[in-house]
Design a protein around this ligand. Structure first.
Ligand code: BG6
Length: 473
């Protein structure tokens, strides 16, 4: 793999001391830097209201990497922290944007000797986006240097908005400041290796597309089960809940990849539009379906977390049965399920095929002879297909067997890149394939918003930490 770009680039991380920066972005950037995938001239500017000097921020960065990554030398870590700077200030305050502008100008003049590309990463809660965009624009920081030199891009985390209306308002605001090609809406699930593999699996093999439809598929189950809880993100979670946090984005994006039509070729525009089209075909959940198609729960102990209300009605678990109103999928349930503090950490897509019309099986055999295709997104990334074979022996009995492929077992170099490495690498390259388009975001909200509107009508089921997702009902 080559460097993402040959041009000098400055990355500004709003929320430079936050959970996302600490756990995901800084380790991913370090790994990219160590492997020489970042531009040779690259600087990172952490921005937050926390009290830090450049030295103490560099220590924070080094600690966050050392805690999570172990196969590096002290020299590699030192080389990385040397490209990190810090600007302190409150997001509301104009002074922050002036010092940011000053800092970036000094970098251009004294370090890069050119007008560098500028990347603004909003690693902050979504309710801060509007404010930051406004201030960025007012400070002139969003304007590229002009001519051929130096682009400006903005990376925003999910969820983009709180519902359809706020997402559209935010989009309008963003549209005034940036061209669509400057905006990168992150959904890091799209950048996970096994999730990317769904389109290869479906469209590069002759085997699956002919049976990929309602005639042959009984149901699709998309699960993101986490054993961890909300941790220190009480206030973030109270504002969002599980459906907005992962349902509107990660789970629906996996659904889109499983269900979309063949985009024809690996082209960002065609892929994003195929994903958007199938999301637009999701059947709206009416208030009559809510009771039947929606389950929500909250784990015992959630209300004891800092910043969580004593009587919080926020869900930490949901299960939604979705349907796609098109020729290929009419009537097939897509079960979307996710929760915190469940029995295991696992993300998986299970596609269960219908029973064969005629099974040449022994009469007394009462098995259900379904084929099941399992795409394990994490951990132990793998794809497996359950099929039926004759049991060796003198009688004619059937038994289930498995065809499987696991990245861990394969002989190729399978150190899988972290999704955030791919996100950052692709954004610097300017490749939008794995980023959500405005149409995709709107279509997902169009499906989620009516459910949120009737959330109150669905009982919040308490569950014990360690419960198996399927047992919450
Ligand atoms: C994030 C959510 O987008 O995804 C978190 O905000 C969740 O609440 C996380 O834990 C799960 O991502 P991953 O990659 O750890 O499965």
């Amino acid at each position: 793999m080559d460097r993402a770009s040959d041009d000098a680039t400055a990355l500004v991380i709003f929320g430079g001391t936050g959970d996302l920066a600490e756990k995901k972005l800084l380790p991913a950037l370090f790994h990219l830097h160590k492997n020489k995938y970042l531009p040779e001239q690259f600087r990172i500017l952490g921005v937050s209201h926390d009290d830090h000097t450049i030295d103490s921020y560099r220590k924070f960065v080094a600690d966050s990497i050392s805690e999570r990554m172990h196969s590096h030398t002290p020299e590699e870590l030192a080389a990385f922290v040397a490209i990190v700077d810090y600007v302190e200030g409150s997001f509301e305050n104009d002074a922050l944007y002036s010092s940011l502008a000053e800092h970036l100008e000094t970098l251009d003049d004294s370090k890069f000797d050119t007008c560098a590309n500028k990347l603004f990463y909003l690693a902050v809660p979504p309710n801060r986006y509007e404010l930051i965009f406004e201030r960025l624009a007012a400070s002139g920081l969003t304007i590229p240097c002009g001519g051929e030199e130096g682009w400006t891009r903005v990376l925003v985390e999910k969820p983009f908005g709180r519902d359809l209306m706020t997402a559209q308002t935010l989009d309008k605001q963003l549209g005034k400041l940036f061209q669509e090609e400057q905006i990168f809406r992150i959904d890091h699930y799209l950048a996970k290796e096994t999730v990317q593999n769904i389109i290869t699996f479906r469209f590069a093999n002759a085997l699956f597309e002919p049976v990929w439809n309602a005639k042959n598929i009984e149901h699709v189950h998309i699960l993101v089960s986490e054993d961890g809880g909300v941790g220190e993100r009480g206030s973030f979670y109270e504002d969002l809940g599980a459906l907005r946090d992962v349902g509107q984005n990660h789970l629906l994006q996996m659904l889109a990849l499983v269900a979309m039509e063949d985009p024809g070729k690996l082209d960002p525009g065609l892929l994003r539009s195929a994903r958007a089209t199938v999301l637009e075909d999701l059947k709206p959940t009416t208030k009559h379906d809510i009771k039947q198609h929606v389950v929500r729960g909250q784990y015992d102990g959630y209300r004891d977390i800092d910043d969580v209300a004593d009587a919080s009605g926020i869900e930490t678990f949901f299960r939604i049965t979705a349907f796609i109103d098109n020729k290929r999928w009419g009537g097939v349930p897509f079960i979307l399920e996710s929760g915190k503090k469940l029995s295991e950490r696992k993300a998986e897509i299970t596609i269960t095929f219908k029973e064969p019309i005629s099974c040449v099986c022994p009469l007394e055999d009462d098995h259900e002879h379904r084929n099941v295709l399992r795409i394990q997104v994490q951990p132990d990334e793998s794809i497996s297909l359950l099929f039926w074979a004759k049991k060796p022996g003198l009688t004619y009995e059937l038994e289930p067997r498995e065809l499987s492929f696991s990245y861990q077992d394969s002989e190729a170099d399978t150190a899988l890149p972290d999704a955030y490495e791919k996100v950052l690498y692709d954004c610097i390259r300017g490749d939008h394939t794995l980023f959500a388009s405005t149409e995709e975001v709107a279509a997902s909200w169009r499906f989620i918003t009516p459910i949120l509107d009737h959330w109150g009508k669905t009982k919040l089921l308490p569950y014990r930490p360690g419960t198996v997702a399927a047992d919450i009902k």
